[in-house]
Design a protein around this ligand. Sequence first.
Ligand code: GLU
Ligand code: MG
Length: 437
Amino acid sequence: MTPEAVVYACTCDFAGKVRGKGFPATDFEKRLKRGIGWAPTNTQLTCFDLIAESPFGALGDRVLIPDPTTRVSLRSEEQDIAEDFVLGDILNLDGSPWSMCTRSILKSALERLHQVAGLRLLSAFEHEFQFTSNPMGIGQAYTLQGLSSRRLFAERLIGAMRAAGLGPDTIMKEYAPEQLEVTMDPAEGVTSADHAVILRQLVHSIARACGETVTFTPLREPGGVGNGVHIHFSLLDDRGAPAAFDPHSRYRLSKMAGQFVAGILKYLDSILALTAPSVVSYGRLTPHRWSAAFNNLGLQDREAAVRICPVSTMSDIEPARQYNIEFRAGDASASPYLHLAAIVHAGVQGIEEGLAAPEATEEDLALLSSDELHRRGYIRLPTSLPDALARFAENATVHSWFAADFPKVYRKHKEGEMRFLEGMDEDEVHRAYQSVY
Ligand code: GLU
Ligand code: MG
């Protein structure tokens, strides 16, 4: 008897969890047509496993069809790594996309961008995470020593990323204790979100192989330093030429990119429940911690929700292709698919509405009174998950981007997640999230 390779066909769901079913790798081709069966109520599995109220009950069937371009198959006995999985779409039995399938939701947002503006999205996810094993303590921020202490992990990760088709870009010891940051090359459309899902899986898997544990939780403890997921993006026209950059316009934002960013900022308070969807996300989204507390655009300002990144004249890459915009108000408790879909829909809405390009702020908005903020068109972003869910629930425009049943099911999911935390104190809540992300 010899062991047989098993492929896990997965979705990355409302909880940002990668869930699926396995089958013998020899059936891979067949499974591309047949898929694997999926119970609709699985979508209400919260990050804590507790099943939130589900309109589907025990009824119904969907099918998860793997996308072979996303297959990751890495095996190294020497490195103690065995990963074999493929991502896919959850479809109704007639082949139409299921309204709760996060990957299909992103695809439809990208289609809308193309239909409305003739544009494609190029994006890259930047991840921060922290080791929860073998703490080194303070004094390591950005240090070589900090990276050296995790060099084996870092080098295995870079190798695994390359083998999985992700373009490794940088890896560094970030500011917080035991925190690393890893960035990767941009990819088009749904692929960059696929890469984010794969990256998280690889980080956990390689950490385990190195005898370590990691967490992507947005915040490990009240008042601590956050783990953000920043998304860098730009736009391409149908010929693949950069379309976000215009050297002659303000901030070098093309007209459509300006409208796109204005849409993100206009709808930011109502999409936060999708991009920063955990209870502890809101301890991270507070002023003076290099995350995002207001709906503002900044030029190279790491406190802005949306930041225009620098362009260097020394680079081998032309300015138009370097130029990118960073969305900072999200974290890894979000499914990368929903995270990106929310940004794209808000951006396209801005294009449809013909919004004016925003003014970039150059000051600390936390110092302004709420009247002054209001006068200048800014708001303090929701400060809790219930507050963010309420904004999401109230915004009919945001609802119109999704299938009619999505917003309610999503809200019920998040309510179920919060129910699991009832009776816990703040530290326990943070520990609970640390243990599941
Ligand atoms: N850790 C910060 C966050 O929570 C980001 C720091 C940075 O990379 O600018 O988003
Ligand atoms: Mg960082």
